[in-house]
Design a protein around this ligand. Sequence first.
Ligand code: NAD
Length: 357
Amino acid sequence: MTKKILILPGDGIGPEIVAEAVKVLEILRARGLDISIEQALVGGSAYDKYGKPLPDETLALARNADAVLLGAVGGPRWDNLEPGLRPEKALLGLRYELKLFSNLRPAILYPQLANASTLKPEVVAGLNIMIVRELTGGIYFGEPRGVRQLENGEKQGYNTLVYSESEIERIARSAFEIARLRQRRLCSVDKANVLEATRLWREVVTRVSQEYKDVELSHMYVDNAAMQLVRAPKQFDVMVTTNMFGDILSDAAAMLTGSIGMLPSASLDANNKGMYEPIHGSAPDIAGQGVANPLATILSVAMMMRYTLAEPEIADQIETAVDQVLTQGLRTADIYAGEGKKVTTAQMGDAVAKMLQ
Ligand code: NAD
């Protein structure tokens, strides 16, 4: 059956980088992949036309699609809008409405770019970690929350870290399934020595592991995990953790690679329907100049092939094509370190597309 892909270019460099990913999708379609491609507005560009960052029409198309490819949203033009109308609100709305509870953030460092990292090349060259972050629960959503006035007149801020067994179970399953597609090693990160909610987390992950005896499960406290990520990151295959811990650890892991323009991400629901996007923002400082790196967006298409379309071979081909253009020495400005050939956004996209043809 035809798989429906919805393209949401967004703002800033979004339309430029997404155009290159669409070139890749069009080639896959020409090669026989059964997909349909539609586009819609999101973020600031949607606000300009419809007065809201996530128009009903866009949401309806997203609900109806099998996969969504998003560029990036936001920019200084919309920074002074009230919070509910800001472009970034569209992302939260899409995640919430589509029930995307499993956020996959790979940190991959192509050996060709090892010098871009702030860590020693031997520590990070060839790094390939997948962080699975719970995205719709935990302390970011827990109730009660707020700022209250105490009897002594002092203010007190409070939030609630809450996870139910079913929430932990589904993110654990998602992570075990992903580990099965990789090296079958899963590290669950918690703070079970201090937080009851994550003690339950550890208990439930351990229980779910009985269904995945082919995957090696380990547990690590989050403080140690942060340390190990900068000390010896290659020890990890897949990590699974709570919303807040995942937010922090996945940014740290991304920065190990030193190249924000290279990292894709996916957010999946219980049926592997997904939204795919680069981890970077709309980069207003370079928008419209044709210099943005489209590889994170192209690699997001590879993730889409692996997780939603169940086409692992095509995913491998896209990743290999990216590897090959890097080996040829092609570099957009953000990954250019004096060697190789500096190329534009479109030249980089064309080079990957040509490899796939
Ligand atoms: P950013 O990721 O947009 O940019 C940070 C730096 O990285 C900039 O110097 C930028 O030029 C560079 N950069 C980012 N992507 C690049 C690419 N593909 N190629 C080359 N260089 C790249 O983060 P920011 O500047 O903090 O945020 C800018 C806007 O993006 C803000 O409005 C923010 O809210 C929004 N934002 C959106 C998302 C999203 O849509 N998922 C994520 C983060 C930030």
